[in-house]
Design a protein around this ligand. Structure first.
Ligand code: CAA
Length: 285
């Protein structure tokens, strides 16, 4: 069995992350299919990708030729079964729901070739548990990308308890080909990035609750004092307050009370203040 010769990539889930992953896969030269359960969502994502590729051309990061070639490698798949049968690498970017991901991996693992790598873009769910639902858990790995995927340099590779070393080696090569710097972490709750990112954001929210400073001032302090491109509250607005609340609750269950979500976060999510996507979070949009 060989996991090395990846040519055809299938991305499942055409939201922000799925679209970004499909874009970098196509730019890296992979024939890339994008699938979403919602009819028309994958085709719509392809339009967004075309715009983003144009932006890269405008910014001098890419040539018009490279854009044309990347677009030629991209297709919106309408039949998941057929697309999976063709794929050498599947990257799942479906919503962060463990049961959903387990069902998907159980299904995908029966459709793909034995040497196909199955990757999840989960930002905090256990890769080992997702793998356990699949036929051939040794080919399951976490490929955690960051938003905006075409710009962020990092790919966090998460190896589950049963991930094959050959799959890990292949994943590192795939990351490099996509132009990413990789870090490899074991399947611990929140991996490296979500655990640290959430810790900072929750503390910033507690400081806001205690009236230490305004959201703007807390963010500016971290941006200018520590060189972060975006403060933790602004970033929470970007990621989605509901997404961050779900991760915090998961981490509290796994790692204890230090990840207890502050009241302000619960209140805002209850009120539908989910960040940029709803028009209001810690800031108004
Ligand atoms: N393709 C390629 N490159 C592009 C591009 C595109 N479509 N659009 C822009 N760029 C390039 C620009 O040319 C620029 O490059 P240089 O620095 O070399 O000039 C760079 O990307 C930044 O672009 P801009 O100057 O237009 O944008 P900015 O300075 O406002 O930065 C940002 C935008 C990079 C998003 C920055 O605000 C940032 O880093 N924010 C924090 C993002 C972050 O933390 N993401 C992680 C979220 S958490 C997550 O994703 C994980 C999870 O599990 C929830």
């Amino acid at each position: 069995m060989s996991f090395v010769d990846v040519q055809n990539v299938l991305v499942v889930g055409a939201g922000t992350m799925g679209a970004g992953i499909a874009q970098v896969a196509a730019r890296a030269g992979y024939a890339t299919q994008l699938f979403d359960v919602a009819p028309g969502a994958a085709a719509k994502a392809l339009d967004k990708i075309a715009e983003s590729l144009q932006k890269a051309v405008d910014k001098g990061k890419s040539t018009p030729d490279e854009r044309t070639q990347a677009l030629a490698r991209l297709t919106a798949a309408t039949d998941l079964d057929a697309a999976a049968a063709h794929a050498d690498l599947v990257v799942e970017a479906a919503p962060e729901n463990l049961e959903l991901k387990k069902e998907l991996f159980a299904r995908l693992s029966k459709l793909v070739k034995p040497e196909t790598i199955l990757a999840t873009n989960t930002s905090s769910l256990p890769v080992t548990a997702i793998a356990a639902a699949a036929k051939g858990p040794e080919r399951v790995i976490g490929l955690h990308f960051f938003n905006p995927v075409p710009i962020m340099k990092l790919l966090e590779i998460v190896h589950g308890e049963r991930t094959s070393p050959l799959v890990l080696t292949a994943a590192k090569a795939i990351g490099a080909r996509m132009g990413k710097e990789v870090v490899v972490v074991r399947d611990a709750p929140g991996f490296a990035t979500s655990r640290l990112g959430i810790a900072l954001a929750l503390e910033a929210m507690r400081m806001l609750e205690e009236g230490v400073a305004s959201a703007e001032e807390i963010d500016r302090a971290i941006e200018l004092g520590y060189g972060h491109p975006m403060g933790p509250l602004k970033l929470t607005d970007q990621v989605g307050l509901d997404v961050r609340l779900a991760i915090a609750e998961h981490l509290r269950g796994e790692l204890g009370e230090r990840f207890n979500p502050p009241q302000v976060l619960r209140r805002m999510v209850r009120a539908g203040k989910l960040g940029k996507k709803s028009g209001e979070g810690f800031y108004k949009y």
